[in-house]
Design a binder for this molecule. Sequence first.
Ligand SMILES: [Zn+2]
Ligand SMILES: [Zn+2]
Length: 250
Amino acid sequence: MSVAFTASATGNLGLHVLGTSDPQEHRRRIERGIGLDPGSLLFLEQVHGTDVVLADEAPLIPMNSSAEEERALAPVADAALTKHGRPLAIMTADCLPVIVTSSNPLIYAVAHAGRQGLLHGVLPNAIESLRAAGGTDLQAWIGPSICGRCYEVPPDMAHDAEAKLPGIAVKTRWGSPGLDLPAAAEKQLRSLGVEVHRKVINECTFEQDDLFSHRRAPGQGRIAGLVWRRGHQSASSRTESMTDEGDVLT
Ligand SMILES: [Zn+2]
Ligand SMILES: [Zn+2]
């Protein structure tokens, strides 16, 4: 199994982000770089919900599709599960990109967990779906997101979040109410019996200029977490070893 997270150098991957970038070309370049068929890496139409879609039923993107056509083919969901090794992507720019693998190399999932998704249970939904599909020995990778020292929220929002996920409320670097999404996700995943990997990719999108951040610079783009079947030698010179089971694209 290969797990990777892109940086802004890979380019904007969100079709909904306005600007001069060509997200379709960036998506196809990633597919070529890691040896996947063009149009096979599944991107979702993300809506900050909690639904988990079965990726194996989603169509491939035909060559020469327009951005509108590609977007219309994307399942509307914030998590996807495959039982047959479909390559998956999950887009973020401050929210958490979460990838969960199992002992079966064909069964894995991705999830987009921002404040809303996290509080409403997108991660337990994804874990439950993986287990229902036969996934065992689950391991999660939490990619770059905004950190608790940078994610400032109104006091009542912090209060409500703390009631749902105790421990999520923190103080920011400015001493104001904040939420630590990655710590809360890690705690929640561990409570569900999932092993969590964070250390190598424990980066803050708000603080690092080479990652897209919706808060720091809205409308610039989306980075992505990627997971695909091992067996394709990566052709990207920008891939460096992250763990014995993962890579990070920088
Ligand atoms: Zn988000
Ligand atoms: Zn930060």
